[in-house]
Design a protein around this ligand. Structure first.
Ligand SMILES: Cc1cc2nc3c(=O)[nH]c(=O)nc-3n(C[C@H](O)[C@H](O)[C@H](O)COP(=O)(O)O)c2cc1C
Length: 366
């Protein structure tokens, strides 16, 4: 596999598998002088960590990050930063039964069709264990962003689980940290808890929609055509395991609006342009407007379920499969910090690109 990196100037390469000794990220392009220590990164890994409540996989990983290079006396040196997380709770035997069978809805069949190798231990490289590496890189990106644009706040939360949507009128930022689903609506959290508990006990699973908002992002990040901020955000979110749809601002619903309804009206405020609404999701022409950047992505239901499903073996025989092992009944919960991390990496990358090309010569209104 050759394409394991993303980012232009802030370049992240992830490595490792679900059941190998360790995994991690090599991060190149972090500006020098950014204060960094392991605790700053660990707080985000703790948010993604499995086994924290009954609604996520019961795999127990400490997910402790070690910084192996690129940091000296508490600050980044400008050289590659190597982040490593050891795998400590692998149970390859859980996967013995499915060694020669392909799980419907998982990546087993396509990886085998491409590489001719089957790492059945927890999905190998296709396992979402890989997303721990992204979260570590995202923690680093957040620290570097603080040094460039201290007002930026990146927050992910779930807005839908199966058929249950949040009530936008009840949206409360303060609720997000108060429930196991990162949901900004206390009432929805109670409904979801009962709903997911039922699914979990029956060995089933369900999909979800996650929204990631970046507040305080300055206007001017991104570029027209091939360097669009929305292009890079969409690619970053789509690269997360189980993601099947990404939208920005009004997204797919923009198709239902008229021009009058969709275009955010502009007026002059004391500190610059003010918009009457944010259908654009904070991006116009591939460039940030200074409004909140709003990205949503849909994750499919976990494919590893306890119901018997029809499938085939490596040698081409029809058979059936039940996937045991420890799985997330709704991967959306643990995808929240992953979406935040991808937002952080892309925003930092575009801040560095902007600084390189435009620097202080940005256009000013008023
Ligand atoms: C945070 C997170 C946790 C996941 N946990 C599981 C899991 O426990 N079991 C599983 O079968 N799939 C899980 N997945 C999904 C698989 O990794 C993913 O569906 C698989 O790689 C197939 O790729 P695709 O869905 O992107 O096509 C998880 C995904 C994410 C984002």
């Amino acid at each position: 596999m050759s394409i394991n990196s993303f980012g232009h100037l802030f370049r992240v390469t992830t490595w490792g598998e679900s059941h190998g000794p360790a995994l991690g990220a090599t991060v190149d392009g972090c500006p020098p002088g950014v204060p960094i220590d392991e605790a700053m990164i660990q707080q985000w890994l703790d948010k993604r960590k499995p086994g924290q409540n009954k609604y996520t996989t019961q795999r127990r990983e400490a997910d402790e990050v070690r910084i192996l290079s690129g940091v000296f006396e508490g600050v980044s040196t400008g050289t590659p930063i190597q982040l490593m997380i050891e795998n400590t709770d692998q149970r390859s035997k859980d996967y013995g039964d499915i060694k020669d069978k392909f799980r419907p809805g998982h990546a087993d069949i396509t990886y085998y069709q491409k590489y001719g190798i089957r790492d059945y231990r927890g999905g190998g490289r296709s396992s979402a264990r890989e997303t721990a590496s992204r979260v570590a890189a995202g923690g680093l990106a957040r620290e570097a962003i603080k040094a460039i644009a201290p007002n930026v706040q990146i927050t992910g939360y779930m807005v839908q689980m199966g058929p249950h949507k949040i009530d936008r009128d009840a949206f409360d930022w303060g609720q997000i940290e108060q429930n196991p689903f990162w949901v900004p609506d206390a009432k929805a959290a109670n409904v979801w808890a009962e709903y997911l508990d039922g699914l979990r006990k029956s060995g089933s699973s369900v999909g979800a929609i996650i929204e990631v908002t970046a507040r305080g992002v300055p206007a001017g990040l991104g570029a027209p055509v091939y360097g669009k901020l929305d292009t890079d955000l969409a690619a970053a979110m789509m690269s997360i395991n189980a993601v099947k749809g990404v939208e920005i601002g009004e997204g797919m619903s923009a198709a239902m609006l008229t021009g009058e309804l969709n275009a955010d009206e502009i007026s002059m405020g004391p500190d610059g342009p003010v918009y009457s609404s944010n259908h654009s999701g904070g991006i116009l022409g591939g460039i940030s407007t200074g409004q909140d950047i709003v990205v949503r992505f849909a994750v499919k239901p976990t494919s590893s379920i306890l119901t018997t499903r029809k499938t085939i073996t490596k040698s081409g025989e029809d058979t059936e499969i039940i996937t045991k092992g420890r799985h997330d009944p709704c991967v959306g919960i643990r995808a929240v910090p992953v979406g935040e991390a991808m937002m952080a990496c892309v925003l930092l990358d575009h801040m560095l690109l902007h600084r390189g090309q435009v620097g202080e010569n940005q256009g000013h209104i008023g």
